[in-house]
Design a protein around this ligand. Structure first.
Ligand SMILES: CC(C)(COP(=O)(O)OP(=O)(O)OC[C@H]1O[C@@H](n2cnc3c(N)ncnc32)[C@H](O)[C@@H]1OP(=O)(O)O)[C@@H](O)C(=O)NCCC(=O)NCCS
Length: 228
C-alpha cells in the first residue's frame, strides 16, 4: 500500500468514491471537490498495486468552508482547550480495499504530517443514520466524542470527534495514546540478554489492578530476540 498526496488526475476517482458513500460522506460535484482540494492542507490518496484505493482530505483552521461541522469545531476548539486544530473533512476507502488497514494507514500518515502543526485532529461521524463501521473505525484509531449536533436541516445527527496528537508518545506507532509498542529485556543468570518486542493495540486507561477498561492484552510483535 502506498499513501501519497492527491493529484489533479485523481479527482475523477475521488469524486466517484465520495458519491458512492453518501450519506456517510456529504455529496460533491466536480466543482465543489476541486475547491475543497484547494482548501485542504493535507489531501491524500491511497494506492494498492498502483490502483486507487481511497482518499482523505484534511483542512486547516480559518478555511472559507461553509460546513456546519467545520463551523462547530472552529467555534469550539478554544473551549475544548486547543489553540489550533486540523479537520478531517472526509475519508473513504474503496469497498474492495476495506479492512486491509488503509484507513488506519491514512491516520498514521496524518499524525506524521500534522506533527508540530496541530495538537488535535477533529472529524465527525453520523449517528443518525448510524454509521457503525465508521464509529468502530474511529474508536479503534483512538478518537473520543466531544459533542453532537444535528445537520442537513435536522435530517442527520453527527458525533463530533477528537484525536489528540501526542507527539511525545515515542513508543506509539500512531503517536496516539491508545496504541503502545515497547521493548522489554531479560538478562539471565548466565548474562544472556533476550529482547521481547511487545505490542498493546488497546492501552487501558483505568486504574484497576489488573486493568479492566479494556483488559490488558499484550502480544509479541515478533519472536523474542536472544542476544548473546
Ligand atoms: C470507515 C472506513 C474509512 C474504514 O477504512 P478501512 O481501510 O476499511 O479501515 P481499516 O482496515 O484501517 O480498519 C481499522 C480498524 O477499524 C475497525 N473497523 C474497520 N472496519 C470495520 C468494520 N466493518 N466493522 C468493525 N470494525 C471495523 C477495526 O477495528 C479495524 O481494525 P482490524 O481490522 O484490525 O480489526 C471505510 O470503511 C469506508 O470508507 N467506509 C465508507 C465511507 C465512510 O464511512 N467514511 C467515514 C465517514 S465519517
Amino acid at each position: 500500500m502506498h499513501i501519497r498526496d492527491l493529484r489533479w488526475g485523481d479527482l475523477a476517482a475521488v469524486l466517484a468514491l465520495n458519491n458512492e458513500n453518501v450519506p456517510a460522506v456529504s455529496p460533491l460535484d466536480a466543482t465543489a471537490l476541486a475547491r475543497l482540494t484547494t482548501l485542504a492542507s493535507v489531501p491524500l490518496v491511497a494506492e494498492i498495486d498502483h490502483v486507487f484505493a481511497g482518499f482523505c482530505l484534511v483542512l486547516p483552521p480559518g478555511a472559507d468552508y461553509a460546513s456546519l461541522n467545520y463551523g462547530w469545531f472552529s467555534a469550539h476548539a478554544g473551549a475544548l482547550g486547543y489553540g489550533t486544530f486540523a479537520y478531517l473533512d472526509r475519508v473513504a476507502v474503496a469497498p474492495r480495499a476495506r479492512r486491509h488497514g488503509v484507513g488506519r494507514a491514512f491516520y498514521g500518515h496524518l499524525v506524521e504530517r500534522l506533527r508540530g502543526v496541530a495538537p488535535v485532529l477533529f472529524c465527525e461521524v453520523n449517528i443518525r443514520p448510524r454509521n457503525d463501521v465508521s464509529l468502530a473505525f474511529h474508536e479503534s484509531v483512538g478518537f473520543r466524542e466531544v459533542g453532537q449536533q444535528d445537520t442537513d436541516g435536522g435530517a442527520k445527527t453527527v458525533s463530533l470527534l477528537a484525536l489528540d496528537l501526542h507527539w511525545n508518545e515515542a513508543f506509539s506507532s500512531f503517536a496516539h495514546r491508545g496504541y503502545k509498542c515497547m521493548l522489554r529485556m531479560r538478562i539471565a543468570a548466565n548474562g544472556e540478554l533476550t529482547v521481547f518486542p511487545i505490542g498493546l493495540t488497546k492501552f487501558p486507561f483505568d486504574r484497576w489492578k489488573p486493568p479492566r477498561n479494556p483488559p490488558l492484552k499484550p502480544h509479541l510483535i515478533e519472536p523474542p530476540l536472544p542476544l548473546s
